[in-house]
Design a protein around this ligand. Sequence first.
Ligand code: ACO
Length: 307
Amino acid sequence: MSKIIGIGKANISTTMSNEEWGAYVQTDDTWIRTRTGIESRHISERSTTALAVEAARVAVEQSGLSAEQIGLIIVATISADQMMPSTAASVQAAIGATDAMTFDLNAACTGFIAAFNTAQQFLANDVYEYALVIGAEQLSSVIDWSDRNTCVLFGDGAGAVLIQRSLCFLAGEVFTRGDEMGVLTLGAKGKNPYIQMNGKEVFKFATSVLTSCIERAIMRAKITEEAIDWIIPHQANKRIIEYVAKKQKIPIEKFVLNLNRYGNTSAASIPLALVDAAPNFKSGDKILLIGFGGGLTWGYSLIEWSE
Ligand code: ACO
């Protein structure tokens, strides 16, 4: 069982508006805004590692812990700067978490949820007392800047959460449908180096798994839908979220939405939304985090907020 004791994000000063994409591809603000809800995104000259380190430093500082107390660091990312060593090892060195086990985790836009649920197992089994879970992406380095179908959707960012073993993890699951891997891809070793997707298939997939995550979380935690105070979905597209809110008859105000300012930051989107919305949370609030993305993967973590 776990409690969040520190949160942090990387501050990226450079923003890119929808209009600015017009210099690269044939597009316009109205198309992007109405199809996705995105108004601007951050584009970082700093690497995924640098963003992860900054978010981690803020979370550790906020917690009041010393970095040596951290037992585990997981970085969820699809835009690591190198295959080896892991981004998490670089974070360990940069923040001085000398005793931490480290690894990167790739579950695409579900990455933060998979990492959070994994960390939870180590804490629940008394292996570690503190775990640092980070979602970090420099997606501007893995998009095709000449493909308007994808480039306008993504942004850079990093968010981090420092978790302590105690009482607040209510339920969590992660699923994969590897037979549909072609729907969303990003190659490596020089092959297909850009994100590619079938947008319509992703839309159908996303709306269906968001609904099923809500239903499964309620069933697993033995609570009602009304008992959930906040839902933090992966920030891919406003229309996906509005569709699910309407279908499930959940007030849209319960959904945390910040994609208008960040675009889709893949594994970073959920911790970024959590950091931004945290000032509104009260002790005892039940918060459902839901991720979905390449793999295809999807999953959720249901937590209770405590201050
Ligand atoms: N600007 C202007 N026109 C564009 C752009 C653009 N940036 N991108 C595509 N178009 C054009 C297409 O070329 C097409 O033109 P055509 O009719 O002349 O061929 C037209 O717009 C319609 O394209 P559609 O793909 O049918 O547009 P759609 O309404 O489906 O919207 C979108 C596309 C936004 C991607 C939608 O399918 C969607 O929301 N899908 C969900 C996918 C998503 O959010 N992915 C995020 C990443 S994956 C993840 O995080 C899990």
